[in-house]
Design a binder for this molecule. Sequence first.
Ligand code: ATP
Ligand code: MG
Length: 363
Amino acid sequence: MSAAVRNLRIGLIPGDGIGKEVLTSGRQVLEALQSPSLKFSFLPLSAGWGTFKSTGTALPDSTVDALKAECDAALFGAVSSPSTKVPGYTSPIVALRKKMDLYANVRPVKSVRGVKGPQVDMVIVRENTEDLYVKEERSYDTPEGKVAEAIKRISEKASRRIGKIAFEIAVQRAQVRAANRSEHPTGPMVTITHKSNVLSQSDGLFRESVRAVFDADRTGKGLYSKVNLEEQIVDSMVYKLFRNPEHYDVVVAPNLYGDILSDGAAALVGSLGLVPSANVGDGFVIGEPCHGSAPDIEGLGIANPVATIRSVGTMLEFMGLGEQAARIYQAVDANLEEGKTLSPDLGGKAKTEEVVQDILRRL
Ligand code: ATP
Ligand code: MG
C-alpha cells in the first residue's frame, strides 16, 4: 500500500523591492523538499505598492479570494509603503492579516552559533489584529492648537488566543530541545510584556487574559505545567533584552510592543535579513521575512534570502511539517556557522543565488 501523497498549494505574494528576489529563494527550497509523498504547487498572487500603482488597490480581492479558496498556505515577500499618506492606499499585509484573521505574528530570533556575542534563541509572539493597529485616529483643532488621538484597542478574546499560541510554542520548543538534548538557559518560559502600570485597563486586560489561559490550564489538563510564566514592563524589557537576551524563550506582546521588540531583537542577531516570521490563524499561515522591501539594494541580487528561507520553515511547522522545517533550519544554521557563503549584510560577498545554492546543497 502506498502512503497518501500530500499535495500542498502555496500562494506566492512577492510584493515590491527585494520581495521578489527573496520569494524565488523560498520557492526553490520548497521545490527541493518535495518527495514522493509531499508535493508543492505554486500560485503567484499580487499585492503591494506596485499593484496599487497599476490597479488602484494594494490588495486585490482576487488575491484574498484565491488564498482562501485555492491555497493551503502562502509566502509573502515585502511591500514598500509610501512614507506620507496616499489616498486609498493601506498596507496590504496589515489588511491581509485582518481579512484572513491571522491573529498571531510569530518571530523566531536566533543567533548564529559560534559567533561572538550573546546566544539569543527566542520567539516573539506578537498579537496581530488590534492594539494601535486598529488605526482609528482623529485630529481636531483646539484653542491651544491641533490635537491628535489614536485608539488602542485590546480585547479579552484576542489576548487569550495569542496567549494560548505562546504557551503552545513554549511547550513545543521544550519538546524539541528535549529530543535534541539541548537546554535553554532559563528553561521553558513565557514572558508577558505590557505597560499595565500606566495603561491599567488596556494592557491590564492583555496581561490578565494571558494569565487566565495559564491558570485555566493548571486547573485543566496541565499541559503548560513545565512552563514558567513571568511578566515584564515593556521599557524594562527593552533594557533586559539588550543586556541579557539569552534570558528569553517565548515573549508574548500586544501588537505595537511586539513590533518594536522584534526589530530590536533582530539587531541583536546581526541582520534583519536573518529573521523570519509567520502570520498564523486557525487553519492558515503566511510565512513572511521580517525585513521590508529594502529599496536601497533592490535589483542588485545581494538580498539575504535566509529570513525568507527560515520563514518557509516556520510556515511548514504550522502546517504540521516539523520534520521538513527542522531540515531547513539545520541547513541554514550550517551555512551560517561555516560562514563562507554569506551575503553582504553579514559581511560576505555572496549573491542571493549563491547563498540559496549553498543551503540547498545542505538540505
Ligand atoms: P520598507 O519601507 O519596505 O520597510 P526600508 O527602507 O525600511 O523599507 P528594510 O527592508 O526595512 O528597508 O531594511 C532596512 C535596512 O536593512 C536596509 O538598509 C536594507 O538594505 C537592509 N536589509 C533588509 N532586509 C535585508 C535583506 N534580506 N538582505 C540584506 N539587507 C537587508
Ligand atoms: Mg523597514
